[in-house]
Each structure stands twice: as C-alpha cells, then as structure tokens.
Design a protein around this ligand. Structure first.
Ligand code: GRE
Ligand code: ZN
Length: 326
C-alpha cells in the first residue's frame, strides 16, 4: 500500500542517544545509533521503499522523562523540539512532529505544549511513561491531581497524547529480578504502559475531558485482549466500582484511545484489536528504528483485512486524527 502514515517513529539527539543503548545486543548499537541520529537520509529511503508517505517523529525513550532535574528536562525538551521543528519544516510532505514534554513541572510542560502546537505546528505529544522528578527514585504518573491543568491544556489544544513505554525503575521491578530478558519491549514496557493507561481511565480524566484522545503503541499494550475481564471480574459480587471514574473502563478504552501497530505485526492480534476497539481507532506504525519499516509494511500491506480497513488503518484514520492534509 502506498501513502501510509506511521507515528511511533523515533529519533535521538546527542543528549538522549545513550538512553536507547542496552536494549538490543551490543553488536547492533552502531546500526541502531546510526538509525536514531539519521533524519533525512536512510529514514526517507526506508519510507520510499515501503510506501510510507509520512512519519510523525518523536524523541527516543525515556529521554526527557528520566531527567529528574526539571530545568534540565525543560532544556532538553525544548532543544529536541526545536530541532524536530526544523526537520519538519524542511520536509512538510514527509514529516510531522510530536512534542517531548518536561512533565517534571506542570507549568513548564503546559508552556512547552502550547509552544509546540501553536508556534512549531506539532500535531500532539509523545511522552515516555512516568516522570522522575527531583530525585532519581521517584516515579510520578499523570492521573495524579497535580496534572489536571496539563490535561486542560491538551484538551483545549485538541491534540492527541501518545503514551509511549519506558521500563519500570529497578526499585519497582522486583518481579523481573533475575529475568532481564523480560524488561523492555518483551514484556515490561507493555505492563508499565497498560497499568498507566488504566490509571488514567479510572481517574475520571475522561469524564472531565470526554474528547481527549490517548494513543498507545504495540497494538494497545495488551489491553484489547484484557478490557472485558477488567470490567467483569467477579461479577457475582455486583459491579460496585471502587474508582473515581463514572463509567466502566472499557467505555473509555473505546472512546478515548487509539492504538497503533508499532512493533506488533501479527494479523491474529490485529483482528482481535479490530473486534475490541474497531478499525476506526487503529493506526499503522512501525517503531523505527527499533523495528524495521519493511517488516511492518510487508506484513501490513498484505495482511488479511478488507481494503477499506487497510486504507483507514494505513492512512485516513491518521489524517483525520492529526488533521493532516496530503
Ligand atoms: C521503543 O521506543 O519502542 C523501544 C525502545 C527500546 C527498545 C525497543 C523499543 O525505546 O521498541
Ligand atoms: Zn517506540
């Protein structure tokens, strides 16, 4: 399929490059770091070769979220956003931008979000899970009440928020001790991001902002497969809900979430997601440079879904969601 739009596609700047080191075998670092630092060379060739017309670019992970000094977090976010804005401006037919945000400080994050949308023309934010704030040992999640003004800004700007994975801190990861292969994309990324998403759903955030849209990668981080059970466990005890939100959580999943195919190129999983969240809320993505664009495209272009759904997932859903004209 030609004309695809992909939106979990990362780059790094010198200051954040090393954050991506250590997830893949060390002999691949030269290749991975080269892919991360390239914007207009190999990346555009990969797009051309695989029918990807546009990438919405985002900084690597955890990057800004792991910089617990809030002024430094703000500085790196601004620097990477400014660089991204230039690349987008030079290639308006090929790139859009997601803001990196210093959520260590709500006021700074609000100001940077407004600047990125109103001045730099970005189409949303991509944030790498919880933020460490002031101390390395902290992990602060965005359902907490201090983030209410930030969500007001996102809702006012009417742009989507991509909640991208990061690993849990070592102090939060006892379950993975002795099993380092479960960290990162294998399992820990999805677990961390799914729980964060459920916290947002249960917090009442989407009662306050019914039009707010969160994007999740990796075919929804396991949630499509689990939402029914989350709402229906132990039904014989009644359905008293011990959380602030007004509705069943599946209701928010279906109305306030989009999911992408990043790093999860599996037809069986896509069909489950289509049955649970619907093909209007699924968006093609690769997860370059951690995944190959050809692996994503060669699967997606021929997977056994209707051509109507392929066009929606591959292109038009993203055009509508991000207000992209091509
Ligand atoms: C990602 O951003 O999706 C990612 C990483 C590190 C390893 C694998 C991966 O940040 O998919
Ligand atoms: Zn990613």
């Amino acid at each position: 399929m030609q004309g695809k739009i992909a939106l979990e596609e990362h780059y790094a700047i010198e200051d954040t490059l090393q954050d991506s080191n250590g997830y893949l075998p060390s002999e691949t670092w030269e290749e991975l770091s080269g892919r991360l630092m390239d914007i207009e060379g190999r990346r555009i060739d990969e797009m051309d070769q695989n029918g990807v017309e546009m990438m919405i670019l985002s900084l690597n992970a955890p990057a800004v979220q792991a910089i617990y000094d809030r002024n430094r977090a703000n500085e790196i976010a601004k620097k990477s956003n400014d660089m991204l804005a230039e690349w987008v401006q030079r290639n308006p037919g090929r790139f859009r931008g997601f803001a990196a945000l210093p959520l260590q400080d709500v006021d700074m994050a609000c100001a940077e979000m407004e600047r990125c949308v109103k001045e730099l023309g970005f189409v949303g934010a991509l944030v790498n899970g919880f933020s460490q704030i002031d101390t390395e040992e902290s992990a602060v999640y965005y359902d907490l009440p201090q983030y209410a003004p930030f969500w007001d800004v996102i809702a006012d700007l009417d742009v989507p928020f991509y909640l991208h994975p990061r690993n849990p801190l070592p102090s939060m990861a006892q379950i993975y001790e002795g099993h380092p292969w479960l960290l990162g994309p294998t399992w820990a990324f999805g677990q961390e991001t799914a729980v964060h998403s459920l916290r947002l759903m249960a917090s009442g955030l989407f009662d306050r902002h019914p039009n707010l849209q969160i994007v999740l990668g990796h075919m929804g981080e396991g949630l499509p497969y689990s939402m029914w059970r989350i709402d229906n466990r132990n039904k014989w005890v009644g359905d008293e809900r011990a959380y602030p939100a007004k509705k069943m959580l599946g209701n928010y999943f279906q109305n306030n979430f989009y999911i992408t195919t990043s790093g999860n190129f599996r037809t069986q999983t896509l069909i489950d997601a289509m049955l649970e969240i619907g093909s209007d809320r699924i968006l093609f993505s690769a997860d370059w440079p951690f995944e190959n664009v050809d692996h994503a495209a060669n699967w997606f272009d021929v997977c056994t879904i209707s051509e109507d759904d392929r066009l929606k997932i591959g292109r038009t859903n993203s055009m509508h969601l991000f207000d992209i004209e091509l």
